[in-house]
Write a protein that binds this ligand. Structure first.
Ligand SMILES: [Zn+2]
Ligand SMILES: [Zn+2]
Length: 374
């Protein structure tokens, strides 16, 4: 399969410097991010392609090789298999977490896997929560179950059996990277023995089988404030994955999806409703009841109300998430014109037309006949 040129993929000149590369990659990553293109295989492929291009070009050694020998120069490499692109999305996020950092508000260290042995912050988690319109209007409390990776209590996350210590990896002498020569070049890759940790466990902890963490389902209660909408994101601090080697836990992000109301149209904190009233009531004025979030509300329609007039009930909308107070309930008036009239109604209206000086088509003999048999 032919591969596209990495500079072409990132849409940069061959002379592009690091900030330019980063900017170009960021732009593409945002455009083709799987969160923004759910189920789109083409976008996913572009996303991976851009990540691979950036991975090579942002590394001075790899870039030099690529510049001289193209894709061929990055092949092989021995030992760890050299450069083979990314096998999964997780790899991309763990490697370039900082690029996405301010994009979706996810803090650094999301991948959890670090080449260094220092403390690492736990990954942020995402949970999608669907709410009814009423729950969004009045607020609610929900308990959700989150599968989480939690630092093993037996070994405090080291993965080593209590009383034993991880030993320095012999293959990489604790560096986490191995170097090998290829012609004039020295390539480095992640140590396949310790996967970059620099240390190896000889006696694995029995609780976590050397993983340093266990998987558990934790119940988290989520307090949803009134007025949330689809797209609202709640952040629950320190409810994400636990950190490793003493690092802090990540956060839990709850993404909300609110079902539409059967009664109201929603526009931010404002609610809209349509009320159709007969033309006579609009002309003479009337009172009728409209539904609100609480009790029904009596609406006074003034004489001479027009089709499309808007009547506003202040503070009968939804709670405002930012600031204070509530939105309004706006009633859109529609005027109903009768499609059928009784003979009496017709005569009265014809009389009305006459005193108003309106020329109308008066009902003749055939119309009257039609009324009688129809
Ligand atoms: Zn353990
Ligand atoms: Zn190693």
């Amino acid at each position: 399969m032919s591969k596209r040129d990495y500079y072409e993929v990132l849409e940069v000149a061959r002379t592009a410097d690091q900030p330019e590369l980063k900017k170009a990659y960021r732009k593409l990553a945002m455009q083709f991010h799987p969160d923004r293109n759910p189920g789109d295989d083409v976008a996913e492929a572009r996303f991976k392609e851009a990540a691979e291009a950036y991975e090579v070009l942002s590394n001075a050694e790899k870039r030099a090789l690529y510049d001289r020998f193209g894709h061929e120069g990055l092949r092989g490499g021995g030992g760890g298999g050299g450069h083979a692109g990314f096998s999964s999305m997780d790899d991309i996020f763990s490697q370039f977490g900082d690029i996405f950092g301010d994009m979706f508000g996810f803090g650094g260290g999301g991948g959890g896997r670090r080449a260094s042995g220092g403390p690492a912050r736990g990954a942020d988690l995402r949970y999608d929560l669907e709410l009814s319109f009423e729950e969004s209007a009045f607020g609610t409390a929900r308990t959700i179950k989150i599968p989480r990776r939690t630092e093993c209590v037996t070994c405090s996350g080291s993965g080593a059996k209590p009383g034993t210590q991880p030993v320095t990896c012999q293959m990489c002498a604790g560096r986490g990277q191995i170097h090998h020569s290829q012609g004039f070049f020295t390539l480095s890759s992640t140590c396949p023995q310790c996967h970059g940790a620099g240390k190896q466990i000889t006696d694995a902890c029995e609780t976590c089988h050397g993983q340093g963490a266990t998987q558990e389902e934790k119940e988290v209660s989520v307090k949803v404030p009134a007025g949330v909408d689809t797209g609202t994101r709640l952040r629950l601090r320190a409810e994400g994955q636990s950190g490793s080697r003493g690092g802090p836990p990540g956060d839990l992000y709850v993404f909300l999806y609110v079902q539409p109301s059967d009664v109201f149209e929603r526009d931010g904190a404002d609610l809209h409703i349509r009320a159709d009233i007969p033309f006579v009531q609009a002309t003479l004025g009337c009172e009728f009841e409209v539904p609100t979030l609480g009790e029904k509300h009596t609406l006074v329609v003034k004489p001479g109300t027009q089709h499309g007039d808007k009547l506003t009930l202040r503070n009968e909308g939804l709670a405002r998430l930012t600031g204070s107070g509530r939105g309004d309930l706006i009633v859109h008036i529609g005027i109903l014109i009768p499609q059928k009239l009784t003979t009496e109604q017709r005569e009265i209206l014809e009389q009305f037309a006459e005193v108003s000086g309106f020329a109308v088509k008066k009902s003749g003999f055939f119309d009257k006949l039609k009324e009688k048999i129809g």
